[in-house]
Write a protein that binds this ligand. Structure first.
Ligand code: NAP
Ligand code: F7E
Length: 327
């Protein structure tokens, strides 16, 4: 039985990955932070098979302890301050967790003698590209594209990306980065634009609220389904050789298009009367467009996304209608 240690077990991807690894017969350990983490009970209820270990990415000694307890074959580092807007408000904490956290984990793996035995996955991101230097407009960013991060989050992730590569090259570690474009779904946090929209749409339908306040509606994103993307993470760690891969859909859509589909789902053709713009949700620097090219992952890993854009919006709205009508 293989053993996996997941950081970010309380997050969106942590939940999808726990389910996948359980189906594959793994023994699963999850790192949970804080004295009274409010999400602990949810994880214990939904994933009773996950063994929780208290630790924090900013505290290397706690990671050493977690590795000594779990003795994992695979470490999935999904923990991060992951909200781009928030990273402008707390840039230093973002660096400590999102940038230096992965270094702490890599060092902890080395210190516990795992550099030749433990496989390490780093959750890299399309935010490292930043939407500028966009020189492949038809095909999108691939693994060789230029990086130009536009937020403290993107910059921190870029450090983590390069330190992961550096540990692979310096110590021969099986350390890989998945450069994942936006992936969403029923587990997405309510602070991200897709879930904020689908949850508001459900509540508007049920008469629980009458409008939604959003920031910049012009950006375009390559939105996929998180359940498809965690399969890609796992595949990256099953290869003979460590390498980095882009996971994306190869399509990009505006927030307006997301709103069209989400409101159509509840029978509303024109969302404009229900959406107000609020500058509080705008960012000091924006990533205008993201489009990914997953050709390498498709060829080498045999990865393919299964949920398309309309299917993603539909599943999120339907989930939120059910959730909100139960409250
Ligand atoms: P998420 O839902 O925001 O989850 C973030 C997780 O990080 C939470 O479990 C959180 O725990 C944990 N965390 C925060 N600070 C921590 C600390 N100091 N020590 C240990 N854990 C800490 O993120 P996600 O959407 O699942 O994304 C997973 C990873 O992929 C993240 O690294 C994200 O940056 C990256 N990524 C995401 C996407 C996407 O579209 N979803 C795309 C590319 C890359 P608490 O519950 O205790 O706060
Ligand atoms: O914003 C705009 C916002 O916060 C998407 C993270 O998982 O994916 C995610 O980062 C777009 C941006 O995701 C609101 O300005 C408008 O242009 O849903 P988001 P993100 O910034 O793309 C990447 C790949 C990650 O790695 C990150 O961890 O939507 N937008 N109005 C808004 N965004 C939010 N959150 N809220 C609004 O009201």
């Amino acid at each position: 039985m293989k053993k996996a240690l997941i950081t970010g077990i309380t997050g969106q991807d942590g939940g999808h990955l726990a389910k996948l690894l359980d189906e594959k017969g793994y023994e699963i350990y999850g790192i949970i932070r804080g004295q009274q983490n409010p999400k602990r009970r949810d994880v214990e209820e939904e994933f009773p098979y996950v063994k929780l270990i208290e630790a924090d990415l900013t505290d290397m000694s706690s990671l050493v302890r977690a590795l000594q307890i779990a003795k994992p074959d695979e470490v999935y580092n999904l923990g991060a301050i992951s909200h781009v807007g928030y990273s402008f408000k707390d840039p230093q904490l973002t660096f400590d967790v999102t940038g230096k956290g992965p270094l702490n984990m890599l060092e902890a793996i080395r210190l516990t003698g795992g550099e030749k035995t433990v496989k390490f996955y780093q959750a890299s991101t399309s935010e490292m590209f930043g939407g500028l230097d966009y020189n492949r407009p038809d095909k999108g960013y691939n693994e060789d594209a230029l990086f130009h991060p536009r937020s403290p989050y993107g910059v921190a992730k870029l450090y983590a990306h390069w330190i992961t590569k550096n540990y692979r090259e310096s110590y021969g570690m099986f350390a890989v980065s998945g450069i994942l474009f936006n992936h969403e779904g029923e587990r997405r946090g309510l602070e991200f634009v897709t879930r904020k929209i689908t949850n508001a749409v459900a509540r508007i339908k049920l008469g629980l609220q009458d409008h939604i306040e959003l920031g910049n509606l012009d950006p375009k994103r390559d939105w996929g389904y998180a359940g498809d993307y965690v399969r890609g993470m796992w595949l990256m760690l099953q290869q003979d050789k460590p390498d980095d891969y882009v996971l994306a859909t190869g399509e990009t859509h505006t927030i307006g298009e997301f709103l069209d589909l989400a409101f159509n789902e509840i029978g509303i053709d024109d969302w404009r009367p229900y959406v107000k713009q609020n500058p509080a949700f705008m960012r000091p620097a924006e990533v205008d467009i993201l489009l990914g090219d997953p050709t390498k992952a498709e060829k080498v890993l045999g990865w393919k996304r299964e949920v398309d854009f309309p299917g993603l919006v539909k599943l999120m709205v339907q989930h939120d209608l059910e959730l909100e009508s139960r409250k």
